[in-house]
Design a protein around this ligand. Structure first.
Ligand SMILES: Nc1ncnc2c1ncn2[C@@H]1O[C@H](COP(=O)(O)OP(=O)(O)OP(=O)(O)O)[C@@H](O)[C@H]1O
Length: 335
């Protein structure tokens, strides 16, 4: 029997409802039209991640990447849908097992300065969670933190320092050490190298890949940087306005994207060098998640849009082995 995916999402959805402030509530009572529609940040995402796999998640700003990552990491509760951990619906786990499963999925954030408590020393930033969660006895915490720092390439002599005494790259290593300290199986990296200089980015990416080998880690790697995602991901998912529109093995997707949105992203991205391959603007504005277009959300910007595209939302379908795309064109012209 094959093992179930380590993480599996079925129909995962997140809506953010907008709370009206006092003035807005008063204005509404007086008859003013106040917009209180919910933001549909993530809509019905299906995604399976195999143990040891690196899945890259890319898309323009506001398409729901961080929200999806936060749901996977258990930081945000989904509004609908199912998240399975090693084959079991998270909601069906006992509170103790759910807690253990949540610890197994850790997040590494973009801005280490904002995500590290400036008043805590590295020893506490990295050592607190494993002690609190009973993974390490308090008397061994310092030794454990020193070993974790070594694992991410930091000198354990820095244990008593504060975050502001480190460079950006070193701070990100501390953020990674903090995540590793609770012995996760999965890292959700949310723009984890975006704030770093290119040379430091390369070092941190190499660190992620070394840790993948050493600790058999699985990654959901969120980035707006196509070069980084192409470099490190086994498969890449492209998100547009809350949905995955294409999912494929990375070399195939970058070589021959299927979805018009994926094509537009890749065609317009300069291919001069991996470092420079970033998003270039695509014709038209990204629509508001408050009012997503009917049918295929990409149709107002799509050069191939047909009447059907504005009426009927295309499902994400397997168009070839391991290649998934959500486009009506696949039914008319073939992939
Ligand atoms: N806490 C929140 N309350 C209300 N709306 C939110 C909240 N968090 C995110 N959103 C909205 O949900 C949508 C998706 O946001 P999200 O941050 O997930 O996108 P993203 O692709 O990660 O963008 P970026 O790359 O800019 O971080 C956006 O329209 C955003 O404004």
């Amino acid at each position: 029997m094959t093992a179930p995916p380590i993480v599996e999402l079925n129909g995962l959805t997140k809506r953010f409802s907008r709370k009206l402030d006092v003035v807005e509530r008063f204005a509404r009572r007086l008859g003013a039209a106040i917009d209180d529609r919910a933001v549909q940040a993530v809509s019905g995402v299906d995604l399976s991640i195999a143990e040891g796999e690196v899945v890259g998640l890319v898309g323009e700003s506001g398409c729901g990447k961080s929200t999806l990552g936060r749901m996977v990491a258990g930081i945000l509760p989904p509004s609908a849908g199912v998240l399975r951990w090693r084959g079991t619906d998270m909601r069906k786990l006992s509170p103790a097992d759910r807690h253990r499963a949540n610890l197994k999925i850790q997040m590494v954030f973009q801005d280490p300065m904002a995500s590290l408590n400036p008043r805590l020393r590295v020893a506490d930033i990295v050592g607190e969670a494993p002690v609190v969660h009973g993974l390490v006895p308090r008397r061994q915490a310092e030794e454990y933190v020193a070993a974790t720092l070594r694992q991410v390439g930091l000198d354990p002599a820095y244990l008593r320092r504060y975050p502001h005494q480190f460079s950006g790259g070193q701070r990100q290593r501390i953020g990674i050490a903090r995540a590793l300290a609770v012995k996760p199986d999965v890292l959700v990296c949310d723009e984890s190298v975006a704030a770093l200089d290119v040379s430091i980015q390369a070092q941190i990416i190499n660190l992620f890949m070394r840790l993948r080998e050493e600790l058999s880690l699985t990654y959901l790697f969120i980035s707006h940087d196509l070069g980084v995602v192409e470099h490190i991901s086994d498969r890449t998912a492209i998100m547009y306005l809350g949905r995955i529109v294409e999912l494929a093995p990375t070399p195939e997707l970058f070589d021959k994207p299927n979805h018009p949105y994926a094509k537009a992203l890749l065609d317009e991205a300069p291919r001069v060098s991996v470092e420079k391959r970033r998003f270039a603007p695509i014709r038209g504005e990204i629509p508001s998640p408050l009012d997503p277009p009917a049918g295929c959300a990409f149709h107002p910007r799509c050069p191939h849009a047909m009447p059907r595209c504005s009426a009927e939302r295309p499902a994400l379908r397997e168009i070839a082995p391991r290649r998934w795309s959500a486009c009506h064109l696949n039914e008319t012209t073939g992939p």
